[in-house]
Design a protein around this ligand. Structure first.
Ligand code: SF4
Ligand code: SF4
Ligand code: FES
Length: 520
């Protein structure tokens, strides 16, 4: 627990965390000090002067809050006339050459310059000379488009590429009116985290080539998700929207701060992986190659399960803990062998020493915690002895070439629960479309043993079944999400103190307690 100190803001006493600068300290208790260049992940640069505040202890009349540590008893002035005036003056300075093209700017609605103009300024321009015009659309590479006119030269983007990715593709060239952010000649942004500069930019000077002009941000609904692109499980915000007469679709993933997992950032591949939640989705149910009503298909699947003498279930390493525990309970009831084999999800050498992991599975730790076997030998042996193979959304094409898979499954009946279209679905005896992770809520455990909860973001016009619901249809003893969660609480001791809604946003660190608490 961090030490607390007491200080005064506009004469009101507030208790804040020690060891932080004024922006972060009072920001944590809901008092915002306007700022543009400061970002907690990048440190204080002190260049924008938007954060100037007064301190009543004989210091200079104005100090930058980003560079001023919060101290016991400090008397901070935010609402004095001279502070309001300096904020207005800085705004006026920032806006001298700003194009004010908010109606066509992607940042409108989440722009700090726009917000501060409304909260600190609201004055008309006094400028009578023409604005300095600059380049409106520069392709910086890496999916980043730059508008020099909108740039307030705060340097966040430059510092990110120097301090975090250490690739240094951007610099600020020239001074005063001529100051411009630019790439070096012939050296575009070229790293796996570059699009974070779009989130970092406090104004609309950095836009994503993927997102720009697709949606006004105020139409987007937000849900707390966990990226399923690799086993890091970065916390994300899923921005989605259902336009009139259309389906609910996802427009972007953005990083959601999580000090235990990903800090403020995510990788570009994970960010753009929202597309696979929209595209190539399996939405129809089949018996053989014939499309049928889902009720008929479930009846046929249940018959196959009843007739089977020896079944093998395969569960995806991307499945939630709730889905895993439900499928495990179903397998136990029906006497089926359960496997989590998924070696093909591991791309050796692809990870780095920052966020990206070799393992592209979101919940392999869940398989291990629940004691689900993941070895190839056991899986192939069980399949060779079985008459029925049921795949709960594992992408076998990652582990097998099509021919090898056909050979492995020759002579078996196959029931496939799948989120996406694939060649393998077409060969199945029965195919059941199921929801993907943006369409249900659940929990996953990342590679560092952090258990995170994610919420259902998307509700499709034609809602598919969740794997838990399919398992329940097949006779799983855990018939509801509450029963599945109660079972998880038996396995993961730490969960006994929490209900799904009370699991902290930053997740639960299982490292300290679970070695002793796992009962699976
Ligand atoms: S592009 Fe954005 S982040 Fe970069 S210096 Fe300009 S305003 Fe700051
Ligand atoms: S590092 Fe992994 S979990 Fe994080 S955003 Fe990238 S793919 Fe997703
Ligand atoms: S945020 Fe303090 S000077 Fe920019």
């Amino acid at each position: 627990m961090a030490d607390k100190i007491k200080l005064f803001v506009n004469g009101e006493e507030v208790e804040v965390e020690a060891g932080k600068n004024l922006i972060d300290a009072v920001g944590a208790v809901g008092i915002e000090i306007p700022h543009l260049c400061y970002h907690p992940a990048l440190g204080a640069d002190g260049n924008c002067r938007m954060c100037l505040v007064g301190i009543e202890d004989g210091r200079p009349p104005l100090v930058p809050a980003c560079k001023t540590p919060a101290q016991e008893g400090m008397k901070v002035l935010l609402d004095a006339e001279h502070i309001k005036k300096i904020q207005h003056d800085v705004m006026e300075f920032e806006l001298i050459n700003h194009p004010i093209d908010c109606p066509v700017c992607d940042q409108a609605g989440e722009c700090k310059l726009q917000d501060y103009y409304m909260s600190c300024d609201q004055k008309p321009s006094r400028m009578t000379v023409p604005q300095v015009t600059k380049n409106k659309k520069m392709d910086f590479g890496g999916g980043v488009i730059h508008d020099q006119e909108r740039c307030v030269v705060c340097g966040r983007c430059v510092r990110f590429l120097r301090q975090i990715t250490k690739t240094g593709e951007l610099g600020i060239i020239n001074r005063t009116d001529d100051a411009r952010v630019n790439i070096f000649p012939g050296r575009p942004i070229d790293n796996r985290y570059g699009i974070n500069v779009v989130d970092l930019c406090p104004v609309g000077a950095m836009t994503s080539s993927d997102f720009r002009f697709k949606q006004r941000v105020w139409f987007l609904k937000k849900a707390s998700g966990v990226c399923h692109g690799c086993s890091k499980g970065c916390s994300i915000t899923i921005d989605h929207n259902k336009e009139k007469n259309k389906d609910d679709i996802i427009y972007r993933f953005r990083p959601r701060f999580n000090g235990q997992v990903n800090g403020y950032f995510i990788c570009d591949e994970g960010r753009l992986s929202y597309k696979s939640e929209n595209e190539n989705r399996l939405t129809a149910a089949f018996i053989g190659k014939v499309e049928r009503e889902i009720s008929d298909v479930l009846t046929a699947a249940k018959k196959e399960l009843e007739m089977s003498k020896k079944a093998v279930f395969l569960i995806s390493p991307d499945a939630s803990l709730e889905q895993m525990v439900a499928v495990k309970a179903l397998a136990a009831k029906l006497g089926a062998t359960l496997s989590g084999y998924s070696d093909g999800y591991i791309k050796k050498g692809d990870g780095d020493d920052y966020l990206i992991q070799d393992d592209k599975a979101a919940n392999r730790q869940g398989l291990l915690l629940l004691g689900i076997d993941t070895t190839k030998e056991s899986f192939e042996k069980a399949v060779s002895e079985a008459d029925l193979f049921v795949n709960f959304a594992s992408d076998l094409s990652r582990s097998y070439e099509q021919d090898a898979l056909t050979k492995l499954l020759t002579g078996k009946k196959t029931i496939v629960c799948a989120t996406h279209e694939s060649a393998f679905n077409g060969q199945a005896t029965i195919t059941i479309p199921v929801r993907s992770y943006s369409e249900y809520s659940g929990s996953v455990i990342n590679c560092d043993n952090i258990l995170q909860r994610f919420e259902k973001a998307v509700t499709k016009n034609n809602e598919l079944l969740d794997i838990c619901e399919v398992a329940a249809e097949f006779g799983c003893p855990l018939q509801t999400p509450a029963e599945a969660y109660a079972e998880l609480q038996q396995v993961i001791g730490m969960l006994k103190e929490y209900q799904p809604a009370t699991i902290p946003a930053e997740g639960l660190n299982l490292n300290d307690s679970e070695a002793a608490n796992v009962t699976a």
